[in-house]
Design a protein. Sequence first.
Length: 500
Amino acid sequence: MSSTQTQAGASDHSRVQEPEERQFFGQPWGLANLFGVEMWERFSFYGMQAIVLLYMYYSVTDGGLGIPQATAASVVGAYGGLVYMACLLASIVADKLFGSERTLFYSAVMVMLGHIALAVIPGVTGLGIGLVLIAIGSGGVKTTAQVVLGSLYTKDDPRRDGGFSIFYMGINIGGLLGPLIATAMWGWKGFHWGFGIAAVGMAVGLIQYMLMRKHTIKDAGHDVPNPASKNQLVTSTITIIAIVVIATMLLATGVVKMDWLANIVTIIALIAAVVLWVQMYRSELTTPLERKRLIGFIPLFISGVLFFAIFQQQFTVLTIYSDVRLDREIFGWEIPPSLVQSINPIFIIIFSGVFAALWTKLGKRQWSTPVKFGVANVIIGVSLFFFLPFSGGAANSTPMIAIVWILFLFTMGELMLSPVGNALATKVAPEAFPSRMMAVWMMAVSIGTSLAGSLAAYYDPSDAGAENSFFISLGVVSVILGIILLFISKWVVKQFATFR
């Protein structure tokens, strides 16, 4: 490690350990601001996502666009994957141009503009403009907020996993309130009012962040670790513009079909992850110890891909399942299918604090990261088997308690893997590539999310055999992968060397 890195680490360590520092649940005070802006960004994101699939495949007379259901599911999967692919763009901008903190701010502005486009521009045009802006902006917020948060801790600070779990609670408070309020606005005034309230939520988040920015974030995330040359900036700008123009033309002319989008995003995200990983591994700025950590990261990346391919079915298969198969009547009132997406955030809010306290209490005695990942894969794989007793049932035949139990298991797996994976990316990141490493982890989420859209094409609720095959296949593969990861966990920890 260079003397500059050592001094930076010492400075960071002294900042974290200052006794007079104001704290947020025992964590750095900057977490409070990042908690808030991420909560409002997730409020807008999940509020919109709760109704956007329904908006696409509902008939025009019901206020929708009348897009075929399978095509709409593919678009949602592709859009979800694009959100996490946008982390790649955000990482480059943060590492080479603005630094992670300013990139966070500009990305949040883009999210707000995207929701405004969905709210005020009618038809497929508004859908396309809105989803692209939200995808790019949300990818930027997801990447840089966590990089800025990670910079508030030293690499060996045992509070890190607990802090990321608290941050995750903020995500899910937004994830709970967004669908509730957007659904209420949809029921009252229509889909566009639901999208409009999402824009208002993001505006509130931006105002809060600006008011608290100076005295909570301070200098965290302001560094530009690997500044770009003027030629690199020009080349990158031309390349991005060319990609956008070509992609728009291919979609507009029908050369690329909308129901291909999820597969396309999956392939692009995989290529991006491999290229980014190889660049970091071969870079002269990466130390031998950092290369070892990158090797250890590979099985956890694979684990994350499969986990999110199942977990993100909430926004594809489970939305359709809730619309056509679930008994949604509670105390004589039939809840809209979009509100089923609020069950997981409720569990996250309840249990994220428990997990944060548990990891903080255990400190160095807590499970290692690969063990947490392995257990997460086993849990979410097993959860799919609970769909089997209801396969091939009639409309409204699945009791609500079954979905509540399945989503409870989803949540337990999520808390074992998602916030821990976010924290891991900030720990294994080479010193020269903090945002880029977070982008690689986001590529795992991108691949999994877009795969959720691709896999949804194979789900047929009208055929009990096909439905059983769908859930059994995914469940068995996930359980097997989880067991393999548990078996090699000690080897993975050895690659990480100085931390678990």
